[in-house]
Design a protein around this ligand. Structure first.
Ligand code: NAD
Length: 415
């Protein structure tokens, strides 16, 4: 019988596998299995019709052994405490893995941003930051964008925090528009990291990117830019989808035209020259590269057996369950795990924070060169750990991350 996991249980399973492989001390595992701080807030918002609606918000700080905590804020109608906890833990492991001096955090507001006006969204964003302001700050915890939040929301976050403090504090939030202290390259950074790690994996697998068929689940920030960059390297984008449906064309589609179409029509579904495709059929398409770039638990024990991709680059956080992982490993599918594949986002967020603190701004080329070096080094580190330890890429990625966290917690005297 297929066993279903809650999202946080997935984190615990992944931690467990690395802890076993590393023969980790039980206290170290125990400490990494629980967030250090977990907040719930209620945010009253004056709606445009004069009524007041109270929204639930979450901010979880998972572990700060390596530095101030860092992680995005998700606005979504299904977000809950368990999901935010899991996403915060993944941030801890991701930052450790790529070697940037942050711990992990994540936030969320239970809402449907598509049903809110722009001014309601602004009041909600400001209300959330006001509610969590005692626990965030450039030296404490630094929010960023995630699903259904964007540079505009980050700008409201930064402005509200700065108003409360009485001085400009650009370093409190990353993913801001350039004009108020954003970094060149932040908007596309997650996908650039996906592209760099995919390129490295293709070299190892002797997969020619110019011959590669690419399928992308989720056509938002991470999905669109992943499609764009893989297309620029010669890949053929044969299918993409979003929460309203999907478009499939075996001849390939132009990522920019798909984005324009989505902007005009609200979805990629119906893109000229394509046929509609449902989510399950999209995931099981024959292709070289599958990029899940939507939400968690998309590739499960139920559909992993049907996957025909050779390489999965996890732009999304937590798209694959532990059972699906095992099935794919046995089928010989290479996975670039989320904490590696999508670490470009937090890496350039780190660059943005460094620029904010030093008040000196870098060019897009500088950002890109530094990002490429970090991503390629992290990929090679994970790959060599997987070969030496005879473990899959996910376990290897956790081994690298957990080792660093264990060392930091030890020298701090926590364990
Ligand atoms: P986004 O809001 O820009 O886009 C999300 C996309 O997913 C939208 O197109 C939406 O329609 C689609 N979607 C939602 N539910 C879907 C479903 N059931 N099937 C198919 N598509 C669906 O969000 P994003 O920032 O691109 O984040 C996507 C994933 O990438 C998340 O897992 C996020 O945590 C992860 N991620 C994002 C960043 C970043 O910098 N934005 C960094 C690291 C990881």
């Amino acid at each position: 019988m297929v066993k279903e996991y809650g999202v946080y249980e997935v984190v615990l399973k992944q931690l467990e596998a690395a802890a076993d492989a590393l023969k980790l001390a039980p206290q170290t595992k125990e400490l990494l299995a629980e967030p250090v701080r977990n907040f719930k807030v209620a945010i009253p918002v004056k709606m445009d019709d004069g009524s007041v609606k109270v929204f639930k918000g979450f901010r979880c700080q998972h572990n700060d052994a390596l530095g101030p905590t860092k992680g995005g804020v998700r606005f979504h109608p299904q977000v809950d405490e368990d999901e935010v906890k899991a996403l915060a833990a993944w941030m801890t492991f991701k930052c450790a893995l790529v070697g940037i001096p942050y711990g992990g955090a994540k936030g969320g507001i239970l809402c449907n941003p598509k049903e809110l006006s722009n001014s309601e969204l602004e009041r909600l964003s400001r209300g959330f930051i006001a509610a969590i302001s005692p626990i965030i700050g450039p030296e404490k915890d630094i929010p960023a964008p995630d699903v259904y939040t964007n540079p505009q929301v980050m700008s409201w976050f930064m402005d509200e925090f700065s108003r409360l403090k009485g001085f400009n504090s650009p370093g409190v939030v990353t993913g801001k528009p350039l004009i108020v202290g954003g970094s060149a390259g932040r908007d596309s950074a997650t996908a650039r990291g996906v592209m760099f790690t995919t390129r490295e994996a293709c070299i190892l697998m002797k997969l020619d990117l110019k011959e590669a068929r690419v399928v992308v689940q989720g056509y938002g920030n991470a999905g669109f830019y992943s499609a764009k960059f893989l297309h620029e390297l010669g890949g053929k984008v044969i299918a993409v989808n979003d929460s309203s449906g999907g478009a499939f064309n075996p001849e390939g589609m132009d990522p920019l035209a798909l984005l324009d179409y989505k902007h005009s029509n609200g979805s990629v579904k119906g893109f000229p020259g394509s046929v509609n495709i449902v989510n399950d059929d999209l995931l099981s398409l024959e292709c070289e590269i599958l990029v899940p770039a939507a939400l968690e638990n998309q590739i499960t024990a139920d559909n992993a057996g049907d996957i025909r991709a050779k390489l999965i680059a996890e732009a999304a956080n937590g798209p694959t369950t532990p059972e699906a992982d095992q099935i794919l490993f046995e089928k010989g599918v290479m996975i670039i795990p989320d904490i590696l594949a999508n670490a470009g986002g937090v890496t350039v967020s780190y660059f943005e924070w460094v620029q904010n603190l030093s008040n000196y701004y870098w060019t897009a080329e500088e950002v890109d060169t530094k990002l490429e070096r970090i991503m390629v080094e992290a990929f090679r580190n994970v790959y060599s750990t997987s070969i030496e330890g005879k473990v899959n890429m996910r376990v290897a990625a956790y081994m690298v991350a957990v080792n660093k966290l264990a060392e930091a917690m030890k020298v701090r005297g926590w364990i």
